[in-house]
Design a protein around this ligand. Structure first.
Ligand code: CAA
Length: 240
């Protein structure tokens, strides 16, 4: 029987590419989304991947949503914490709301999704938790004190939890994508975006599939000895 993979923010952007790549690799995939019903319906129609609506920022909604996915598809063995938002502003203009929204989704969201799934993974002695952080959690970014803090938090979370999961057959890893051609990056003002691209040695934005391939590898049985790792996929823009 195929393994069940749950991808948050899995119907658009990098998440959509991850959902599709996991499906193509033989997983039964559930994708969550928070707001865009139209995009989710179109995604399901095109790919046959089931979508579920809830906010990862809401712990109770995560627990209820996960229970529904598991009732429909079976125990979730692969969790991809991909959902994320930006609320960019220079710090002197950043509001408490902009700070809090990003922390709630990009950092607490990872806790909220992983925590309800953890006991089952421990009992079954198998699990794959793959967190999607960012180059900007590694190097920081002007205008992203909130986002960089949350994404750096995801890296620390990964390293701590990897140690707790190791004996239970659960690997926990984090991928740090660089600038990838998605709506989120396209929302950056063109001049700023062009100047960022000029600092990427490979000379282009990443493709969502560049990140999806990393996820498929980390989810596989072949990657069982890799845990607590940070995989950097950024076209050489920042070398760790
Ligand atoms: N370093 C130093 N100074 C900078 C700067 C930088 N990187 N970017 C802007 N500034 C300066 C500007 O030159 C300007 O200075 P002057 O007033 O002296 O001309 C000042 O800061 C204000 O700049 P803006 O007019 O652009 O300010 P703003 O308030 O309109 O916008 C911003 C600021 C929202 C941060 C905008 O610059 C921006 O969107 N930057 C891009 C941030 C970014 O890279 N976000 C990533 C989104 S994609 C993502 O997050 C995915 C991922 O994981 C990679």
């Amino acid at each position: 029987m195929s393994r069940v993979a749950l991808v948050t923010g899995g119907s658009r952007g990098i998440g959509a590419a991850i959902s599709i790549a996991l499906k193509n690799a033989g997983y039964t995939v559930a994708a969550t989304y928070a707001g865009n019903d139209e995009a989710a319906a179109k995604f399901t129609e095109e790919t046959g991947i089931k979508t579920y609506k809830w906010s990862v920022a809401d712990y109770d909604a995560c627990a209820e949503g996960i229970a529904k996915v598991e009732a429909d598809l079976g125990p979730v063995e692969v969790l991809v914490n991909n959902a994320g938002i930006t609320r960019d502003a220079p710090f002197h203009k950043m509001s408490r709301e902009q700070w809090q929204e990003v922390m709630d989704t990009n950092l607490s969201g990872v806790f909220n999704m992983t925590h309800p799934l953890w006991p089952g993974m421990r009992e079954r002695k198998f699990g794959r938790v793959i967190n999607i952080s960012s180059i900007n959690g590694q190097k920081g970014q002007f205008g992203q004190a909130n986002y960089s803090a949350a994404k750096a938090g995801d890296i620390g979370f990964t390293k701590a939890l990897a140690q707790e999961g190791a004996r239970a057959g659960i690997t926990v890893n984090v991928i740090c994508p660089g600038y990838v051609a998605t709506e989120m990056v396209m929302a950056v003002p063109e001049k700023v975006r062009e100047s960022i691209i000029s600092t990427i040695p490979v000379g282009r934005l990443g493709e969502p599939e560049d990140i999806a391939r990393c996820v498929v590898f980390l989810a596989s049985d072949d990657a069982g000895f890799i845990t607590g790792s940070t995989i950097t996929a950024n076209g050489g823009q920042y070398l760790t």
